[in-house]
Design a binder for this molecule. Sequence first.
Ligand SMILES: [Zn+2]
Ligand SMILES: [Zn+2]
Length: 399
Amino acid sequence: MGVYDDAEALAPELTALRRAIHREPEIGLHLPATQRKVLAALDGLPLEISLGTALSSVTAVLRGAGAAAGGPAVLLRGDMDALPVTERTGLDFSSQTEGVMHACGHDLHTAMLAGAARLLAARQRELPGTVVFMFQPGEEGHAGARHMISEGVLDAAGQRPVAAYALHVASAEWPAGVCSTRPGPMLAAAEVLEVTVRGRGGHGSEPHLAADPIPAACEMVTALQTLVTRRFDVFDPVVITVGSFHAGTTDNVIPDEASFLATVRSFTPEARDRVRASALALVGGIASAYGLTVSAGFRDGYPVTVNDDAETRFAARVAAGLLGEERCVAQPNPMTGAEDFSFVLEQVPGAYLMLGACPPGADPATAPNNHATDAVFDDSVLPTGAALYAELALQRLTG
Ligand SMILES: [Zn+2]
Ligand SMILES: [Zn+2]
């Protein structure tokens, strides 16, 4: 039987695993209950398993028959963490933990990757190399991939992988089972700009005796939008959104400080460097023009997720072979979301692919999107994802 048929046969156990993880979601770098479920799912397979120390990761290495003869290694990554979201899907396997939900579908990635481990372990004799399964906590803002890299996941096979692949499901935008990717920038770099403007507080009736930080901070917010349109090529764009702004306590008191936070997104390393430098220069210049001081800086986020050209063409070919040409679409633009798989792709050529998981009956154009309280991901894509992971490794090692 082919990989796809074998994956279909795993559907009941993948669904059970996914639902168990969904019922008991965990946030951040420490996911002990999820880790236990993954280890149980991998139990009995011919894998070398190592666990993270700074995070509850699982790295599993499958050495194929051809590994001893010097065959290459390939890495497959699935993230495992949930979000601080209160679930309102009404599903019978809804989150049992108030305020925590698998709203980004990482529960599906975990089950798919465990399924791929099972599919590939059954083909150990045919495997001309090594597969590294990277079960990763902390994708949602905790840079779990970077932690796993510093704990050695890229050297787990005893050699650098020649390629790395990740899948991400989407509750909207694409119908279930449709795969989408693109070469080059796939997802944005995302960083947090933190700004605090300091002046001198005073009475609201006598602003000339104080140094009011609020108008200057407001000017920074609008000037940052002008920066986006006047200083950046429309074909190498940046996005700046001020999502938090705080100052003062009441109407007639001028506060000492005003502070705000912005998310800053870019799609090339050049634009990323430039937006960092120019945003800091801008807020510094505005503060000094008003005789105020400012402390501003970037909290390190995720770099641009860049798909390798050749690996993306290969992955798209594999996906089309598995799903049919009509279910494999070329993505015209990068997405403005960000991913810490970018840290892996900085060191290993590879590809990041989206996989539609919109439930039947829902319209992908209007279905609740990833991160929504009512985002629903369809279980029918679990065998598809497991088969796609497995085929990517199998064909890349064979090819
Ligand atoms: Zn997410
Ligand atoms: Zn995600």
